[in-house]
Design a protein around this ligand. Structure first.
Ligand code: KG4
Ligand code: ZN
Length: 333
């Protein structure tokens, strides 16, 4: 008998509900983004995000069930992102999931948001182990080694800003709309790497640091403005993106070599970055590695990835009860 998970994701500004069969098949995936609402503030306003989740969650659940032509009786378990994320936003999804689990008498499966991003790749093709996951999002920059399903070993992470955060801040100083990542990515395809910017942390560890690079861009823009000099935004975006992509590719390759891993997966919102996708793909071709990356719509936050992860969590008896609470930050274990 197949296992059908109803998954809920509300960790930031997307209200999303998905129905996933056996960890691989998307029966429905409804994503209601609040991006336009938050864009006018230049970033996500937590209070506004939670209020919108409250208004939308039941509508999104109904649509996900209708799209899949399923009812509550077809569902095996209810999965939900319990963290990390904005607590007010997480609480809406969590409370909804607990209520459904109780009212419909289903198992509750708590999912770490980053496990979700990683398992977005399982919706492309079944994960092959051992693998290295490069997780790049608005809150994370991590290299995670997986020897089997639902076993996560972090081998490196960011010492300061997450890569998506650096993209968003650089975009803001360049006057680009929120979220900044896609705007910089687009500009970066049009320019030349003509500016002199520092190389991010290039040591023997698997850690990352992007705040120095980000600050260098901000200082450069402010200095040029004071001098009334014009900025070539495309060239600055290209220089910034080249620095980011090169160090991510270099450290990922070194990690794969030293851990003897030949499968790479890319995960998180910044996985939508064309420069990064191309660079990692090229690196994998050159080294005869297998590379998987989710389609663009499964890179940014969505409930399908939570449902995919939840299948393996459920099989590994990772179950929650009605005392389950959300967390704003927590390492993936
Ligand atoms: O995974 P995600 O949707 O939310 C978090 O869990 O953080 O990631 C959002 C981040 C934002 O910082 C956004 O600017 C970035 O992903 N992003 C991109 C691109 N698309 C989204 N960054 C670089 N290039 C892109 N094409
Ligand atoms: Zn995310």
């Amino acid at each position: 008998m197949s296992t059908i998970i109803l998954a809920i994701e509300t960790s930031c500004d997307e209200t999303s509900v998905s129905l996933i069969k056996d960890g691989t098949d998307i029966l429905s995936n409804v994503v209601l983004s609040q991006m336009d609402i938050h864009a006018s503030y230049g970033g996500v306003v937590p209070e506004i995000a939670s209020r919108n989740h409250v208004e939308n969650i039941t509508i999104v659940i109904d649509k996900a069930l209708n799209d899949a032509c399923l009812s509550k009786d077809d569902i095996t378990a209810i999965a939900v992102t319990y963290g990390p994320g904005l607590v007010g936003s997480l609480l809406i999804g969590l409370q909804t999931a607990k209520t459904l689990a109780w009212a419909w008498d289903k198992r509750l499966v708590p999912i770490h948001h980053i496990a979700g991003h990683i398992y977005a790749n399982n919706l492309v093709e079944p994960l092959k182990f051992p693998l290295m996951a490069l997780v790049v999002s608005g809150g994370h920059t991590e290299l995670i080694l997986m020897k089997d399903h639902y076993q996560f070993e972090k081998i490196g992470g960011t010492l300061d800003d997450a890569v998506g955060e650096a993209y968003d801040k650089v975009a803001r100083v360049l006057g680009l709309p929120y979220p900044g990542g896609p705007a910089i990515d687009k500009l970066a395809a049009e320019g030349e790497p003509s500016y002199d910017l520092p190389t991010p942390l290039d040591d023997d560890s698997y850690n990352f640091s992007f705040s120095g690079l980000k600050s260098a861009v901000i200082n450069l823009v402010n200095t040029e403005k004071m001098k009334n000099n014009k900025i070539n935004k495309a060239n600055l975006a290209t220089t910034f993106q080249t620095k980011v992509v090169n160090i991510l590719t270099k450290k990922t390759l070194r990690a794969m070599k030293s851990y003897g891993v030949s499968n790479l997966i890319l995960a998180g919102g910044v996985a939508a970055n064309k420069g990064l996708r191309n660079s990692l793909e090229q690196m994998c071709i050159e080294n005869n590695y297998h590379f998987t990356v989710p389609p663009f719509n499964l890179c940014t936050d969505n409930a399908a990835m939570i449902g995919a992860a939840a299948y393996y969590a459920y099989k590994n008896n990772v179950w929650g009860d009605l005392t389950l609470n959300c967390v704003s930050s927590e390492e993936l274990k």
